[in-house]
Write a protein that binds this ligand. Sequence first.
Ligand code: SF4
Length: 260
Amino acid sequence: MTPLFTTKPDATLVKAQDAARAVLLEEVPATDVGEHLGYEVEVEAEKVVTHLFECTRPGYLGWRWAVTIARAPRQKDVTVNEVVLLPGADAIVAPGWVPYRERIQPGDLSPGDLLPVEDEDPRLVPTYSFGDDPLEPDDTAQVRQVAAELFLGRVRTLSVEGRDLAAQRWYDGDGGPEAPLAKSAPASCTTCGFLVRIAGPLAEMFGVCANGNANDDGRVVSFDHGCGAHSEVKLSRKNQPQPPPEHAFDSLSVDDFETF
Ligand code: SF4
């Protein structure tokens, strides 16, 4: 049987696959145990070997029974460390657990939901300092209250990192130059009369679309974004609406009709 690791195994333990199977059959029904699939050797403990057996239990395709056995130095007897069921490379397993905070996507918030920001969120920096010494929560609240009364503004503001992350996200998103709408646009937002300029460091690259007929109305767009609702778009002559035909004057009277 081919070893799954290259560390030199203990020959007695390798040969003890029947003993490993016997131990396994004490734990699970024989109908759940299939062929011997091989063995693994602990990287830093050559006198510990894990024998692997196919799991034939319905619903456990690709899973393997792992029976770990060991032998003390200068001892003939093999002892059993553990018997467990492990997923193999092709096993169907549940997706990895993702913390709640990382599972939330834009658009997941419903009315009434709260999504607090961590104190150490790198996207934010304090607008003003509480002093060199760490303050008690009550003192911090007092400082915040005084700051509010002095109109010092927001407690925290966007950090450089937070700003850069937002800029990259916007540029790569639907309001950037790679959006399908922008790629087939006749001209870019920078020449569009519907672009509203913004203030601050992001003003050199972004604005807000104010065209109520455009898909991006009310959204941040990069200057090199664009769409077919650009203010200077003109239809070619052949695409312009055709004028209605001249009115026809019906001169037929009842008398004319009776003469026929
Ligand atoms: S209408 Fe189109 S081109 Fe004009 S600002 Fe909005 S997205 Fe840009």
